[in-house]
Design a protein around this ligand. Structure first.
Ligand code: IPM
Ligand code: MN
Length: 367
């Protein structure tokens, strides 16, 4: 049997707590098998403080060699480079560019047991996926902008035909395999941009249209990003898949997350053609770190996404089944009322871990 090597980066703040919870759940799901081997590598703000390097080369190389990467969260306020940008996030941002992770897949799904902050929205009404371009856009300028005489500053938004094509293809493929939008069952990809104002976005939209022609079975839809923030609040059920530039995706995915319970409920899969990087979309939440109260569901769900990605990549059906079992166990734990403070309960991180593992075991006994 193959063993998949998983590089683990715990990171800062609540990172280690939620990451360990996800690993415990995955270990429980695979039983005593050697299907996955987890190896930890250092990175993040604490590591930067110790060594002056938040994204060590050795960690980068280990991630490149691994079959997948699991991450807690990184970054701490005040731990910054001389230019004022955060040092702790060098690891995540570095992996995106160095491993060419171009599609950041962020499912926004309201699950049973979660009360949406959107009044009256029920389970089944919010279920869409944001595909955030992850390798270029506004973030392309990280470390390469300029401040002139402390009077002016510039960062450039860069999009390429290749970059837009591949992320749009990912979006249409995901829509094709999906059940469509909750409202009407239509498979639909919405291009979220600012094509009314900037050439880069008008270009993004043209390339989106070109790619979309190859997917006649998927409806094409458009929204300017400012309007998108209104639509995601007023008619989330209309959406199936949304594709957008890097910075816009960063922003609207937080908005989406807060409609389905908050950042703690938001897993992400950052995918390239050869590498996959999995984490929750939330940050390191230093104010609640070390108290054992962080919500690990997002990272556990990211773990399930990792298993699904590995399954598809290696044609390994047993991994698909394991990913499905973890997701189902999460759903049952949530439906059973196991909620951390951020989602209206009093459960501790370890209570969630234990509940999800308990559900996994119960499902094996029934099966
Ligand atoms: C995210 C995060 C990162 C980003 C930070 C931690 C650099 O907010 O993954 O959404 O801005 O992309
Ligand atoms: Mn973000």
């Amino acid at each position: 049997m193959q063993t998949y090597e998983i590089a683990v980066i715990h990171g800062d703040g609540i990172g280690p707590e939620v990451c360990q919870s996800a690993i415990d759940v995955i270990q429980a799901a695979i039983g005593n098998s050697k299907l996955l081997a987890f190896t930890e590598y250092p990175a993040g703000a604490e590591h930067f403080l110790k060594t002056g390097d938040g994204a060590p080369k050795a960690t980068m190389e280990a991630c490149r060699k691994a079959d997948a990467i699991l991450h807690g969260a990184a970054g701490l306020p005040g731990v910054v480079h001389p230019d004022g940008t955060e040092a702790g996030v060098d690891i995540g941002l570095g992996l995106r560019t160095q491993l060419d992770l171009y599609a950041n897949v962020r499912p926004i799904k309201l699950r049973e047991g979660i009360v949406s902050r959107l009044r009256g929205r029920e389970v089944g009404e919010i279920d869409y996926t944001i595909i955030r371009e992850d390798s270029e856009g506004m973030y392309a300028s990280r470390g390469a902008g300029a401040v002139v005489r402390e009077e002016m500053a510039v960062d450039m938004l860069i999009v390429t035909r290749k970059g837009i094509e591949r992320v749009c293809r990912s979006a249409f493929e995901i829509a094709r395999k999906s059940n469509g939008a909750p409202r009407d069952g239509k498979k639909r990809v919405t291009c979220c941009d600012k094509a009314n104002v900037l050439r880069s976005f008008a270009f993004f939209r043209r390339v989106f249209d070109e790619v979309g022609e190859q997917y006649p079975d998927v409806e094409k839809d458009y929204s300017y990003v400012d309007a998108m923030t209104v639509h995601l609040v007023e008619r989330p059920d209309f959406y199936n898949v949304i594709v957008t530039e890097n910075l816009f995706g960063d922003i609207i995915s937080d908005l989406g997350a807060v409609t389905v319970g908050g950042m703690g409920m938001s897993p992400t899969a950052e995918l390239g053609d050869h590498h996959g990087f999995f984490q929750a979309a939330h940050g390191s939440a230093p104010t609640i770190a070390g108290q054992g109260i962080a919500n690990p569901y997002g990272t556990i769900l990211a773990g399930a996404m990792m298993l699904h990605w590995l399954a598809e990549r290696h044609g390994d059906a047993s991994l698909t089944a394991t990913g499905n079992r973890i997701e189902a166990a999460v759903s049952r734990a949530l439906a059973g009322g196991v909620r951390t403070r951020d989602i209206g309960g009093a459960a501790l991180t370890k209570d969630v871990t234990a509940a999800v593992i308990g559900e996994l075991r119960a499902s094996v006994e029934v099966a």
